[in-house]
Design a protein around this ligand. Structure first.
Ligand SMILES: *Cc1c(COP(=O)(O)O)cnc(C)c1O
Length: 565
């Protein structure tokens, strides 16, 4: 039932997060109503605790044969529902309530007896129904169970940072399993640009899941993959022509590196086996990607013997918001002059160095770098995994520089944060070079072109193509700029910078992550700082007052003692 223009009773039930008791009538034709209601619950991620069927009144004047048929149908309804629920893996009991002749004490007793089986089913969701809390041990908190067996990103199992249990999400909110609702400032690491559980993304996933979640991409293709490739090429910088669908950002970087190496071999430049990349970069955690991450923060010392040796140049030094300084390309120019013939490609994150320091630099650097690459026979690879799909204020960061790279990686926001998927696009020239003399491109992940992920990505790109992201990101930029300005006055703050919908406060010393995270959660916001960076990149759909809340929380946490190491 619709409550208003946007919400249904289902949303209300989801918000309450109590046990769901589905009541239907046990009559001819009622089965489809009950089944549709069950289906609606399932699609909303709600599970029925129990199903109750009410016995109908018996029509008068039935013949013995008619009565017999009717009784058989009514007896079959609950049986059918039980089989259906079992097939879905639901353990909700199906209870048929008798029709009592009179609601006297005996009538009530009869109903109560029939309902007895409901109590344990419901009390699993509502412990207070039975007047006692669930016994300890039976319902051990998730973080404790997690802590015994699971790894988290970049953490120790011996001394892990605390984790919070998330139960559900909607719009720009993450709801913890204790009911606390947090304003999200992270878009789950750049991904959930349209907010969580966007109805069009959820519908696309459900539609594709019911039709064909995945088939191998060797020898087979399908509409979601082809349509995604076509849509991407209309959005990516002009000049890119071929798309490789990878399963994560790191893999798309591996693919880009292999493309560059195979291209150079294909055109007879076999000595070009190295990559040139700026310090402060981040390109992923797989081996090839790690080799081009910043050699210090990327912890190269742990893997020295395994990583290919690449060439590092100074990080782009001129700020985004200051006039371009041509000297910022001097180091690149020197390296190209000295060992340019070894370089297969330059790989960098255009405009924003993300996980390597949230550093925003001048777009002219990219124009200069493109020229150097062309002069010295190196390819240019843009890693737009973080910057892609509108985050910096243009659809891709490359647009600001008016540069089309030879190879471009995107991922993260590609599916609007629903599924893991990435893509590596290259120019026709690169593709033809790779495939010269009967060569093939040597990569093919098992889950390449995953139909479920492609279908969701198509829906996400459709939402982007409608263009509302532009005003949303512009509003976020204004709100972040105003909201974070007071942080400049704080002694613990080194720098404040905003670009598009990314807001960064750099601190003078590394943050105390656990203390800060705890403060933020108590303030009702989800912000995850690291190293000397407290930063946000909220979902594009975030209301202005929520952005103000994020900024105020960042300011207040940095005003407190004990928040820096
Ligand atoms: C996140 C990121 C990656 C790695 O992507 P994963 O999906 O985590 O493998 C690579 N490059 C950049 C710029 C990123 O931000």
């Amino acid at each position: 039932v619709a409550i208003n223009e946007e919400e249904y009773t289902l949303d209300f039930m989801a918000a309450l997060d109590l046990a769901v008791l589905l009541v239907g009538s046990n009559c001819l034709g009622a089965l489809n109503h009950v089944l549709l209601s069950l289906q609606a619950l399932r699609l909303k991620g709600l599970r029925p605790a129990a199903v109750v069927l009410m016995a109908p009144e018996e029509p008068e004047g039935l013949s013995a044969g008619e009565r017999h048929d009717r009784e058989r149908i009514l007896a079959d309804n609950p049986e059918f529902l039980r089989r259906r629920l079992a097939a879905w893996g639901e353990d909700a009991p199906v209870v048929v309530l008798p029709r009592v002749a009179r609601l006297d004490a005996a009538g009530w007793q009869e109903l109560a007896d029939a309902c007895a089986v409901l109590l344990p089913a419901l009390s699993r969701h509502v412990p207070s129904l039975t007047g006692r809390q669930a016994p300890a041990g039976e319902e051990e908190p998730l973080p404790l169970r997690d802590r015994r067996i699971l790894w988290h990103p970049y953490t120790s199992v011996v001394d892990p940072l605390p984790v919070f249990a998330a139960a559900r999400s909607h719009h720009n909110r993450i709801v913890l399993d204790d009911g606390r609702e947090l304003v999200d400032g992270m878009s789950s690491w750049w991904t959930a640009i349209h907010g969580y559980n966007h109805p069009r993304l959820v519908a696309a996933a459900q539609r594709q899941a019911g039709r064909m979640p995945h088939v191998m991409f060797g020898g087979l293709t399908h509409a979601p993959a082809v349509e995604l490739g076509e849509r991407l090429l209309t959005m990516l910088p002009q000049g890119l022509a071929r798309v490789f669908l990878a399963d994560s950002g790191s893999v798309s970087v591996e693919v880009a590196l292999k493309m560059a190496l195979q291209y150079q071999q294909g055109i007879g430049q076999k000595q070009r086996t190295c990559f040139l990349t700026p310090r402060g970069g981040y390109h992923g955690d797989t081996t090839g990607a790690m080799s081009v991450c910043d050699p210090v923060t990327g912890m190269h010392c742990l893997f020295t013997h395994m990583l290919p040796r690449q060439i590092f140049m100074e990080r782009p030094s001129c700020r985004f918001d200051q006039p371009f300084d041509p000297a910022s390309l001097d180091d690149a120019r020197r390296i190209f002059a000295e060992q340019g013939e070894r370089i297969a490609a330059v790989i960098l994150e255009p405009l924003v160095q993300g996980a390597g320091g949230m550093w925003f630099y001048h777009p002219d650097y990219l124009r200069g770098m493109a020229r150097l690459c062309r002069e010295h026979g190196a390819l240019l690879v843009f890693d737009e995994i973080a910057t892609g799909f509108g985050r910096t204020g243009t659809l891709f960061a490359a647009e600001r520089a008016g540069v089309c790279p030879d190879i471009l990686c995107c991922g993260k926001a590609l599916t609007g944060g629903v599924m893991t998927l990435a893509a590596t696009a290259c120019t026709e020239e690169v593709a033809q070079g790779i495939c010269r003399d009967g060569m093939v491109f040597m990569h093919g992940p098992t889950f390449m072109g995953n139909a479920l992920a492609c279908a969701v990505a198509c829906a996400s790109l459709d939402i982007l193509a409608e263009g509302r992201w532009q005003e949303q990101v512009a509003m976020l930029e204004t709100a972040l700029t105003a909201g974070l300005a007071p942080c400049r006055e704080l002694p613990q703050v080194e720098d404040v910078r905003v670009l598009g919908s990314i807001g960064v406060v750099e601190t003078t010393r590394p943050v105390n992550m656990a203390a800060m995270q705890d403060f933020f959660v108590r303030r009702g916001v989800w912000i995850r700082p690291f190293n000397r960076l407290v930063y946000v990149m909220p979902p594009y759909v975030s209301p202005r007052e929520d952005v103000e809340r994020l900024c105020a929380a960042m300011h207040d946490v940095l005003s407190l003692p004990g928040m820096l190491a």
